[in-house]
Ligand binder design. Structure first.
Ligand code: COI
Length: 355
């Protein structure tokens, strides 16, 4: 039976590293806050829940996650409001998605109480690491991996669940140029594209490297059958504004159910904007560009929130998009999301958790 750990032991750092941090010059993903949460799964239950100083972990070379990839993760962010209170964005949605990943990867689920309590305690303890400068936030990384010291191929019987946090600045510092990928694929029907599994990211690195050598920052992934229908952009969901309609590929087993994706669609619908979750082909995008109706294209993800697309490379041509200043929808949605997260306007969908 899977039960929640009953209590969380806390061992604090003897000396905080916070004074070494330059809050005004944050990049993404290299600096980590003082503490992390750890729990271990064995004998059918989560146990030994603890908050400890962020540190390296000893690991056996035969740890099964290193060989067969039972490794999943989540990403979410915390912000500060004007009163200095800390607000975490949509943790319930991340918990739900984590457990969807668990099921597909034959891993044990994390009970909601354990996820929410550990996350709240950790963020509260390291609240001074939450930046309040514009374009910065505390990135929260929950993840789980198998820990059996065994190299036979089968689901592990033991797992570790960890949450650590990182003060971060912007993921992309400028609009990105993306290349439509028509050779490699990210996900296939029946596969794990909808899961936040490490392997989805590992497999993307080589094609992305090839695109980067050609002057693009990211790839636009297309469907595995014909390479015509657009799926995602790099590590993000992708959206287009064509003729004042917001269009994004529909969810399915090849596309991650992005929480930022959902937030963007929800706000668009709140405003009465026309929204279409439907298949969109690269031919349709190119056609709209030719007609002058392709107004905006952007990636939506936790790390970047909104990543404006400057140009789309396809079949040897670069299709340049209008300047970012002219993009009415994506600028508005980016501003409104930021205002909700920093408590500047009403949290009308109850997305924020005050810790
Ligand atoms: C996201 O933006 O949601 C991501 O998954 C990016 C992360 C892998 C850094």
């Amino acid at each position: 039976m899977i039960t929640t750990a009953t209590r969380i032991d806390v061992k604090k750092v003897t000396k905080s590293r916070l004074s070494e941090l330059d809050m005004k010059n944050l990049t993404f993903g290299r600096v980590f806050s003082d503490h992390m949460f750890v729990a271990d799964f064995a004998n059918g239950q989560w146990d030994e829940a603890r908050i400890v100083p962020y540190d390296k972990m000893p690991m056996s070379p035969s740890t099964s996650a290193l060989h067969y990839g039972q490794t999943i993760f989540e990403g979410l962010k915390a912000y500060k409001n004007d009163k200095g209170e800390v607000l975490v964005s949509r943790p319930w949605a991340n918990h739900k998605r984590l457990n969807i990943s668990c099921e597909r990867m034959a891993m044990p689920i994390v009970p909601e109480e354990l996820f929410m309590e550990s996350l709240s305690m950790l963020v509260k303890l390291d609240k001074d690491w939450v930046p309040s400068v514009p374009n910065s936030s505390l990135y929260i990384r929950p993840f789980m991996f198998s820990t059996d010291e065994y190299i036979g191929v089968k689901p592990s019987e033991t797992y570790r669940f960890i949450i650590f946090t990182a003060p971060v600045g912007a993921y992309y510092t400028a609009p990105i140029r993306v290349l439509v990928e028509t050779n490699y694929i990210r996900a296939v029907e029946g596969g794990i594209g909808y899961v936040k599994a490490a392997g989805n990211y590992g497999r993307s690195l080589f094609p992305t490297q090839l695109a980067q050598q050609r002057g693009y920052q990211q790839i636009i992934w297309t469907d595995a059958r014909n390479h015509r229908f657009i799926e995602e952009s790099g590590t993000m969901n992708v959206m287009f504004v064509i003729d004042d309609i917001l269009i994004t590929p529909p969810l399915g087993d090849t596309i991650l159910a992005g929480i930022t994706r959902d937030s963007v669609l929800t706000l668009a619908r709140d405003w009465g904007y026309r929204v279409q979750e439907r298949k969109i082909s690269i031919d349709e995008v190119v056609d709209a560009h030719k007609k002058g109706t392709l107004q905006e294209a952007f990636g939506a993800g936790t790390a970047a929130t909104i990543a404006h697309i400057a140009a789309i490379g396809f079949e040897g041509r670069d299709y340049e998009l209008p300047p970012v200043e002219e993009r009415i929808f994506s600028n508005r949605v980016s501003r409104e999301l930021d205002d909700i997260r920093r408590g500047k306007i009403a949290d009308r969908h109850s997305w924020m958790l005050k810790v």
